[in-house]
Design a protein. Structure first.
Length: 199
């Protein structure tokens, strides 16, 4: 079975989803102060660097994903359809949301590269845009038809199942992060409410 232009574009999109998922999960682990040395896998490695590289990989394949469509014959995409897909020849709404995901991802990667110049507080505010980028990316990935025929979503398609699994994984770890933050805040309040005893 030959691989089509649409197949290549879909594969690039799935790699982007996987890279963004890994990037967000590593970011959540950093927020949880997870130590791979103290916990599993009990080895020292710089997962901050891996976090950065997954961002670069995600951005690269997110560029490649629509560019491949320029080589598709039917429907025919032009450069403007990729940059501003509101009038694209197929699924304009979902493609526009995909473009929003790309622009937000690019914003996060560029501002992360400039984080020292921006300062931690401003950079961190910008960095939260990754959640909006991920939400738009998952919308685009789940609701678009890879065949560009506006067919109903096949939720049990292999690619869709992969995207669904990535989404569930992010939601699960995000809930753990939220629970951790609440427990930390509760502990801080309890410590603050304890009476101070004089020596």
């Amino acid at each position: 079975m030959s691989v089509t232009v649409l197949d290549l574009s879909a594969y690039a999109g799935l790699v982007a989803v996987g890279a963004v998922t890994l990037n967000v999960l590593l970011g959540l682990l950093m927020a949880l102060r997870y130590s791979p040395h103290r916990s599993w896998p009990h080895h020292r490695f710089n997962y901050f660097r891996i976090h950065n590289w997954t961002g670069y990989i995600a951005l690269s394949v997110a560029i490649l994903h629509p560019v491949i469509l320029l080589f598709n014959k039917n429907p025919r995409f032009h450069l403007l359809d990729l940059v501003y897909p509101i009038h694209s020849p197929s699924q304009p709404l979902d493609n526009t949301i995909g473009a929003v995901a790309f622009y937000l991802l690019a914003f996060v990667v560029v501002t992360s590269y400039l984080r020292i110049r921006l300062g931690r507080h401003l950079w961190k505010s910008f960095h939260f845009s990754i959640y909006f980028a991920a939400a738009a990316l998952f919308w685009h990935s789940l609701l678009t038809d890879p065949g560009l025929k506006n067919s109903p979503v096949d939720w049990f398609d292999g690619g869709k199942l992969f995207v669904e699994s990535c989404l569930l994984l992010i939601v699960f770890v995000s809930l753990l992060r939220l629970r951790h933050a609440r427990q930390k805040a509760l502990h801080a309040r309890q410590v603050a409410q304890q009476p101070v005893t004089s020596p």
